[in-house]
Design a protein around this ligand. Structure first.
Ligand SMILES: [Zn+2]
Length: 323
């Protein structure tokens, strides 16, 4: 209940009770309230302008840290991207060249990455540009790594196939260099010493002392080991399992492998002899591709005696390990 207010009436010479109205109320109370509220409000504005709340301060620090982190991540991505450049360069100009594979153009190494609308949900926010830039670079690196991985898988397959091909190719002379006394007869037309006349000599004759070992010049499977009395005497045929290549070893004194046996390069398969149509101990050596004779001289790789010893030693080790 408001306290009654009395006012002196000079005409009536008495105090009269005043009635409250809005104007009186505002005139009496509002100026003080307004000044107090206005002053408070001004102080509030000053406070929030000059001073930060703990939460505002923490958020501001977190934003600064986030921005710094994104910059560091961007730098790291640049480092990895540069390394991928180097790997791609070696891949195209060295590894794939060695494996006889076509190089992969840069446009194919980055094809299919990103997309116009891939990052649209991230746009329009604080740090959006930086975040989208980082994600875009990560996507590109991911794409490049996928292509590089596929390239390495292809390289491995190709080099394994090449390694297997080289393991099987009959590229060395089947007689130890120290045992080889001379190259008797070459591939081609020559006079037959037994029956006379000119005949096509389907292989080369490698002369060596009787009983000296004959070695497989490349890995393969023995498809024949015996004597059919067809002039070759005791002979062996090895199928090398690549490009239809097979080799024949004739006039042997002894055969020490069996049909169906797997042999490796440098493995002993028989001994020099003089069986069949032969005038002196020697090895008649033929190479056939899909049944057609070729000149074995084209497949002979010069091997130093010490390397030949190593080759035979390796073959012996492999043979033992397979037993
Ligand atoms: Zn011959």
């Amino acid at each position: 209940m408001a306290k009654p207010i009395f006012k002196y009436n000079p005409k009536a010479l008495r105090f009269e009770r005043q009635r409250y109205n809005l104007r009186m109320f505002i005139r009496k109370f509002f100026p003080g309230t307004l000044i107090s509220a206005g002053t408070g409000f001004i102080f509030f504005l000053l406070f929030i302008t000059v001073f930060e709340t703990p939460d505002e301060k923490r958020l501001k620090q977190e934003k600064a840290a986030l921005s710094s982190d994104l910059e560091q991540i961007s730098d790291s991505i640049r480092f990895y991207d540069n390394n991928l450049d180097k790997i791609a360069m070696h891949d195209n100009h060295q590894y794939r060249v060695i494996a006889e594979l076509d190089s992969i153009p840069d446009r194919l190494r980055t094809a299919g990455y990103g997309g116009a609308n891939l990052y649209k949900d991230l746009s329009g926010k604080e740090h959006s540009d930086l975040i989208i830039d980082v994600l875009r670079k990560l996507d590109l690196i991911n794409k490049r790594m996928q292509v590089q991985n596929m390239s390495f898988v292809e390289l491995t397959k190709s080099l394994n196939a090449e390694s297997e091909r080289l393991r099987r190719l009959p590229v060395v002379t089947p007689i130890h260099n120290n045992d080889l006394t001379r190259l008797g007869s070459n591939y081609g037309y020559r006079i037959n010493p037994i029956v006379g006349g000119i005949h096509f000599h389907k292989g080369i004759d490698l002369t060596a002392p009787y009983g000296k070992p004959v070695y497989a010049p490349g890995a393969g499977t023995v498809t024949y080991a015996g004597n059919r009395h067809n002039g070759y005497g005791n002979y062996i045929i090895i199928d090398h399992g690549i490009n239809g290549i097979s080799t024949l070893y004739g006039h042997l004194s002894k055969i020490i492998v069996k049909e169906g046996q797997e042999v490796v390069r440098g493995e002993k398969i028989g001994n020099i002899g003089n069986t069949g149509l032969s005038t002196a101990p020697h090895l008649h050596y033929e190479i056939r591709i899909n049944g057609k004779h070729i000149n074995p001289a084209n497949y002979r790789m010069p091997v130093e005696p010490e390397h030949y010893d190593q080759l035979i030693s390796n073959a012996d080790t492999i043979t033992k390990s397979l037993n």
